[in-house]
Design a protein around this ligand. Structure first.
Ligand SMILES: N[C@@H](CCC(=O)N[C@@H](CS)C(=O)NCC(=O)O)C(=O)O
Length: 214
């Protein structure tokens, strides 16, 4: 792993998930903290991510945006960390299934719920997430299955657990995800991982350095 990795982030953002993944990988990386509405929307950053959002990573010549994609990419760049099931293993199916479910229907339903913009009952067939309740029930199915097999979505901890646990934890804190017992039991041990604690400590320290409102 020779090329430099740069993490573009804000300490109070989804960038926390990307940093957690970098810590899980044991990656050496530089951090570029951007401010909301300022450097995040400046031309030198929108040239990398036209969305003007964080996180993004630059790794040598490539740029990766979208937290789930960053997690999947890094898992493949650091195979020795075993953060994705082997490509030829049936476990890979669970990995893809729940990683994409979390990045798609979960993210969309939770955001829609928090904005009061959930699809009305007669339009649910057109919404990828269907209904908020169906998404919660499917998450209950996934987390119960994970708990029954040792606490993880696949045979071992993977980037899919990192991403789902981070989303559930964030959502339960902000009350956009119901605090169901299965969610709490699934998330609690994952949040004890040393890489999670280290990433949070680094982002808390970064937040303390930022000027108010940045
Ligand atoms: N789909 C993106 C969402 C990124 C996102 O919305 N980031 C927020 C911070 S959590 C952001 O940068 N907002 C600033 C803005 O839109 O101006 C991902 O998963 O990475």
């Amino acid at each position: 792993m020779s090329a430099t990795i740069t993490l573009y982030t804000h300490p109070w953002s989804r960038g926390r998930m990307a940093r957690w993944m970098l810590e899980e990988c044991g990656a050496a990386y530089e951090v570029q903290a951007l401010d909301y509405g300022g450097s995040m929307k400046a031309p030198d950053y929108t040239a990398l991510n036209p969305m003007g959002k964080v996180p993004a990573i630059r790794h040598g010549a490539v740029v990766v945006t979208e937290v789930a994609a960053i997690c999947a990419y890094l898992a493949e760049q650091f195979p020795e960390r075993r953060l994705a099931p082997p490509a030829d293993s049936p476990e890979r199916a669970h990995y893809y299934r729940w990683l994409f479910f979390a990045a798609g229907p979960v993210e969309a339903a939770v955001t829609a719920k928090s904005l009061g913009l959930l699809a009305p009952a007669e339009k649910r067939a057109q919404a990828g997430y269907g209904s908020y309740e169906d998404v919660m029930d499917t998450l209950e199915f996934a987390t119960r299955q994970a708990l029954a097999r040792g606490g993880h979505l696949c045979a071992q901890f993977t980037a899919a657990d990192l991403y789902l646990a981070a989303q559930l934890n964030w959502g339960m804190q902000f009350k956009t995800v119901e605090a169901r017992p299965a969610f709490q039991q699934y998330v609690a041990p994952i949040l004890q991982r040393p890489a999670y604690l280290q990433a949070n400590a680094l982002d808390d320290a970064l937040a303390a350095q930022l000027k108010p409102g940045a």
